[in-house]
Design a protein around this ligand. Structure first.
Ligand code: HEM
Length: 500
C-alpha cells in the first residue's frame, strides 16, 4: 500500500517536472523568437521594424494567416511553414510572355472550340451544374489541349482531371511524409500526373506533323534550345505541371465570378449583347462566321471593362511573395534585406483611392470618360506586377473574353430555384461556397431557349419552319453555334428573354 502510493507520488512529480520543463522551454524559445525578430535586421538603417506580433516559434503567424486570410495587423511578414513543397512556387522557365502574345491569334479558334463544346454539354444537362467545378474542368481542358497542345482522349483527360484535383487539394498540406497524410496523397497524385504528362510529351515530340501553331510546350523547348540547353524530360514535366497549376485555378475562379456577375446584373449582359450586335459579331442569335478575330475582340471596349471589373472585385490571387533584396523604408519603418514580404492585390483593390464605391460591380468605371484605372501603376494589378508578373495574362484575358462572348451569344442561364446568391470564400482562390448552381439553356436565333442533344433526336429539324424561322437561317445557326434548334412545342409557354 505504502509502495503503491509512493509510485503514484513519484509519477505525479515526474509529470509536474515534465510540464514545468516544457513550459520553461516554450517560454525561452518564445523569448528567443521575439528577440530574433525584434532586433533590427539591418544595422545600417536607423528605422524600427514594423510593429506586430511574430507569432509562435517556427510556425509564426501561419494559423492566424490561415484563419484571417486578410491583413495580419502590423506585419504580414509572418515567417510561416515555408514554401509549398509539392510544386515550385516560382516559375523557373523562360519569360514566355511575349511569345504567348504572338501566339494568341492561333490559340483563339482552339479556345473557342473548347468553350463551345463545354457550353453545349452544360446546356444539354437537364440538371443545374456546379459552375466552379465545371469551369475547373473547362480550364484544365484549355490548359491541356490549347496551352500545351496535348491530344489526350476525353476519357483519359477526365481521369487526369480527377488526379489533378487530388493533387491541388493537397498542395497546401504540411510537408510531413506520413502514411495517409495529405502530403503523401499529394506526392502520389503528382507521380500519377507526371506519368500521364510524360506519355503525352513523348507522343507530342514524336508526332509533330500537322501543327499549325506553337503552344507553350513548343515555346518552352525552343527557348531552351535558343539558350543552348536541351530541356530534360524531368524539366519538361515540371514545367508543364507548373503551367497547368498557374493557369487552372485562377482562370476557373475568374470564369465563375464572370458567370455570377452576368447572372446578377442582367443589364450588363444585355449591354454586352448590344456591343456584340453593334460590332457585327452577334447577328440573329449567332456568332457571325469569321467575326471572332483577335483584332475584333480587342475592339470590344465594354467587354474589356466587364472583364477588368470582374478581376478587380473578385481578384483570384490575393497577393504574392517577394524576398527583400535591399532594405527599404515603408511608412517610417524599415523592411530589412532578407525578409519575406507579401503584397496584397485584394487589399490594394479594396483601398486604392482611385476607385469610387469599391464594393459595387460597375464595369463603366473603366470606360471612356471615367477610366478610374488611368492614374497610377499600382492601383490595379490582378496579374501582379514587376518582373514576376503573370506570364499568361493575355491568354487568360482572351479566354475570359471568348467565354463571355459565347455566353452572351449562345446561352441563357438561370440561378437555381432559391435565387439567392451564395457567399464567396477566398481560399484557395475566390469562389462561391456552394460552387454556384446554375441551369444552362442554349439560345436560338430569336434568343429563345434551344434544344439539347436528346431533343435533337426528337425532330428538331421541323422547327425552322414551324417556329417561323427561315430554314436556311436555322441551319446556319445550328452549324455556327453548334446548337440544334428547339422544337416549337417546348417554346410556346417560354417567355422571351426570361433573364430580364
Ligand atoms: C485570370 C487568370 C489569372 C490570374 C488572375 C493570374 C494571376 C497571376 C498573378 C497575380 C501572378 C503573380 C504572382 C506573384 O506576384 O508572385 C501570376 C503568375 C504567373 N502566372 Fe498567372 N494568372 C492567371 C492566369 C494564368 C494563365 C492562364 C497562365 C498560363 C500560362 C498563367 C501563368 C503564370 C505563371 C507561369 C506565373 C509565374 C510568373 C513568374 O513567377 O515569373 N497565369 N499569375
Amino acid at each position: 500500500m505504502l509502495f503503491a502510493s509512493f509510485d503514484l507520488v513519484s509519477a505525479l512529480a515526474t509529470l509536474a517536472a515534465c510540464l514545468v520543463s516544457l513550459t520553461l522551454l516554450l517560454a525561452v524559445s518564445q523569448q528567443l523568437w521575439q528577440l530574433r525578430w525584434a532586433a533590427p535586421r539591418d544595422k545600417t538603417c536607423k528605422l524600427p521594424i514594423p510593429k506586430g506580433s511574430m507569432g509562435f516559434p517556427l510556425i509564426g503567424e501561419t494559423f492566424h494567416w490561415l484563419l484571417q486570410v486578410r491583413r495580419i495587423p502590423g506585419s504580414s511578414l509572418a515567417p510561416g511553414l515555408g514554401p509549398v513543397e509539392l510544386i515550385s512556387t516560382e516559375w523557373k522557365g523562360p519569360r514566355l510572355s511575349y511569345r504567348f502574345h504572338e501566339a494568341l491569334e492561333s490559340y483563339l479558334p482552339k479556345i473557342q472550340l473548347v468553350i463551345k463544346d463545354t457550353l453545349r454539354a452544360w446546356s444539354s444537362n437537364p440538371e443545374s451544374i456546379n459552375v466552379y467545378h465545371e469551369t475547373q474542368k473547362l480550364t484544365f481542358r484549355m490548359a491541356i489541349r490549347v496551352l500545351l497542345g496535348f491530344r489526350i482522349p476525353d476519357e483519359e483527360l477526365g481521369r487526369l482531371f480527377e488526379v489533378y484535383q487530388q493533387f491541388v487539394e493537397n498542395v497546401f498540406s504540411l510537408p510531413v511524409d506520413l502514411p495517409f497524410s495529405g502530403y503523401r496523397r499529394g506526392i502520389r497524385a503528382r507521380e500519377t500526373l507526371q506519368k500521364g504528362l510524360e506519355k503525352a510529351i513523348q507522343e507530342k515530340l514524336q508526332n509533330t506533323q500537322g501543327k499549325d501553331y506553337a503552344d507553350a510546350l513548343d515555346i518552352l523547348i525552343e527557348s531552351g534550345k535558343e539558350h543552348g540547353k536541351e530541356l530534360t524530360m524531368q524539366e519538361l514535366k515540371d514545367g508543364t505541371l507548373e503551367l497547368i497549376f498557374a493557369a487552372y485555378a485562377t482562370t476557373a475562379s475568374a470564369s465563375t465570378s464572370l458567370i455570377m456577375q452576368l447572372l446578377k446584373h442582367p443589364r450588363v449582359l444585355e449591354k454586352l449583347r448590344e456591343e456584340l450586335r453593334s460590332k457585327g459579331i452577334l447577328h440573329n442569335g449567332c456568332i457571325c462566321e469569321g467575326s471572332l478575330r483577335l483584332d475584333n475582340i480587342n475592339g470590344l471596349q465594354y467587354l474589356d471593362c466587364v472583364i477588368k471589373e470582374v478581376l478587380r472585385l473578385f481578384t483570384p490571387i490575393s497577393g504574392g511573395y517577394r524576398t527583400v533584396l535591399q532594405t527599404f523604408e515603408l511608412d517610417g519603418f524599415q523592411i530589412p534585406k532578407g525578409w519575406s514580404v507579401m503584397y496584397s492585390i485584394r487589399d490594394t483593390h479594396d483601398t486604392a483611392p482611385v476607385f469610387k464605391d469599391v464594393d459595387v460591380f460597375d464595369p463603366d468605371r473603366f470606360g471612356q470618360g471615367r477610366s478610374e484605372d488611368k492614374d497610377g501603376r499600382f492601383h490595379y494589378l490582378p496579374f501582379g506586377g514587376g518582373v514576376r508578373t503573370c506570364l499568361g495574362k493575355h491568354l487568360a484575358k482572351l479566354f475570359l473574353k471568348a467565354l463571355a462572348i459565347e455566353l452572351a451569344s449562345t446561352s441563357r442561364f438561370e440561378l437555381l430555384a432559391t435565387r439567392t446568391f451564395p457567399k464567396i470564400t477566398l481560399v484557395p482562390v475566390v469562389h462561391p461556397v456552394d460552387g454556384l448552381k446554375v441551369k444552362f439553356f442554349g439560345l436560338d436565333s430569336n434568343q429563345n431557349e434551344i434544344l439539347t442533344g436528346t431533343d435533337a433526336m426528337l425532330g428538331a429539324t421541323v422547327f425552322g419552319i414551324q417556329g417561323g424561322i427561315k430554314p436556311g437561317v436555322a441551319s446556319l445557326c445550328a452549324v455556327l453555334s453548334g446548337f440544334p434548334l428547339k422544337p416549337a412545342s417546348r417554346l410556346r409557354d417560354k417567355p422571351k428573354k426570361k433573364w430580364e
